[in-house]
Write a protein that binds this ligand. Structure first.
Ligand code: TXA
Ligand code: MG
Length: 354
């Protein structure tokens, strides 16, 4: 298939170029486009044939439902019903933005979008290309991350090109995504009560500030068994994994650095270290990727998936990873890293493994 590609770096609301992609969506095609979190692979949410193409191209399990992206509250009314009044408090604060809300679906939403369930996950992205594309298409657009299933989500055009060129109708290159991890997914569990199914840049604390009590789904930090009934099926799959085996190391800076140094010295594998900025100097005989500044989690989230893909371009067989505390945005980062490492974590205290 010939994939149409355009680069839009500044004139974000260039209607002429974007109209071409809106037309592709309206005629049942697939378009990958940037959002503020990660690139999405879009199709008309109300066209079941188009939606099914997404599952095929990505090789995505049919029981993993999709997020419908909208560009106005009117569009929300077309696909969701029984919206609790208190939700408008969230919408007005966090939309457009990196928050996805699971709501009761209307009949017009095809079966495949919701994996046969009664709910639809909805997000109003803030990226100007994403919101303009949806507005021009004048239909909700379902968009999972624009990677092949099992690969890290794409945060740069090059990642999308690598996975999807010649497999989809169009790719819009809008440069790098700002946030770098996927949106926070929440569901409603009672009056003023929410559950975070997937943590992201909109944090538990930010939702609590708006007067909600917020629970975190247990599968955010512990692996789901295939027999568990998970609230968000995406949690079941091995995601984001690099080809090399990965180990997360927790503890004080000095404990973690000397543990990794020792391991590298004695390892039979070609080692790599996913470390914070300025730390390459500690790990002389390993391939290092500095993924951001420890005290600024959004620098880490922005580069995490690029880093995981970059390790695949090296001959590294074993990756040691520095991690931040799983709170605030750090919870979303830690959740993705746990999955990339298949929950392989070493925690240190006073130089000992605990
Ligand atoms: O930031 C994002 O959300 C990106 C960009 C492109 O918007 N999209 C994204 O989509 O991450 P995807 O398909 O890779 O992840 C969707 C997640 C999955 O974990 C899925 O199980 C969950 O949302 N989900 C979708 N519909 C749901 C529903 N009705 N109930 C519960 N979880 C749902
Ligand atoms: Mg995904």
């Amino acid at each position: 298939m010939n994939t149409t590609i355009d680069t839009i770096y500044s004139d974000y609301t260039n209607d002429k170029t974007l109209s071409k992609y809106a037309d592709i969506i309206n005629s049942g095609g697939l378009v990958a486009f940037p959002t503020e979190t990660v690139y999405g692979l879009g199709a008309d949410a109300l066209n079941e044939n188009a939606v099914l193409k997404i599952f095929k191209v990505k090789n995505r399990p049919a029981n993993n439902p999709l997020i419908a992206h909208i560009s106005s509250l009117d569009m929300l009314d077309r696909i969701a019903k029984n919206i609790p009044q208190e939700f408008y408090r969230l919408f007005h604060t966090f939309w457009p933005g990196a928050l996805t809300v699971v709501l009761d679906k209307k009949n017009c939403v095809p079966h495949s979008v919701c994996a046969g369930g009664d709910t639809v996950a909805v997000r109003f992205p803030s990226h100007p290309i994403a919101s303009k594309l949806i507005e021009l298409a004048d239909t909700p657009i379902v968009a999972p991350s624009a990677n092949l299933s099992g690969k890290p989500s794409p945060t740069r055009f090059e990642h999308v090109f690598e996975d999807l060129n010649t497999k989809v109708d169009g790719i819009i290159d809008g440069g790098d995504c700002d946030i770098g991890i996927e949106s926070t997914v929440i569901s409603y569990i009672g009056t003023n009560a929410l559950k975070i199914l997937r943590p992201g840049a909109i944090t538990k604390e930010m939702l609590e500030d708006k007067g909600f009590s917020v629970e975190i789904d247990e599968h955010v930090l512990i692996p789901a068994q295939s027999t568990d009934k998970v609230a968000s099926p995406g949690m079941l799959y091995k995601h984001y994994a690099p080809n090399a085996k990965m180990e997360l190391v927790r503890g004080t800076d000095s404990d973690v650095i000397s543990y990794i140094q020792n391991k590298i010295k004695n390892s039979e594998y070609r080692c790599g270290v996913l470390c914070f900025d300025g730390e390459t100097k500690f790990f002389k005989n390993a391939f290092c990727y500095e993924y951001g500044i420890k005290d600024f989690p959004l620098t880490l989230s922005k580069n995490l998936f690029s880093a995981l893909r970059e390790f695949n371009n090296t001959n590294v067989e074993y990756i040691y990873a520095r991690v931040i505390e799983p709170k605030g945005v750090g919870l979303g980062i830690y959740n993705r890293m746990l999955r990339a490492a298949s929950f392989n974590v070493t925690a240190l205290k006073n130089g000992e493994i605990i």
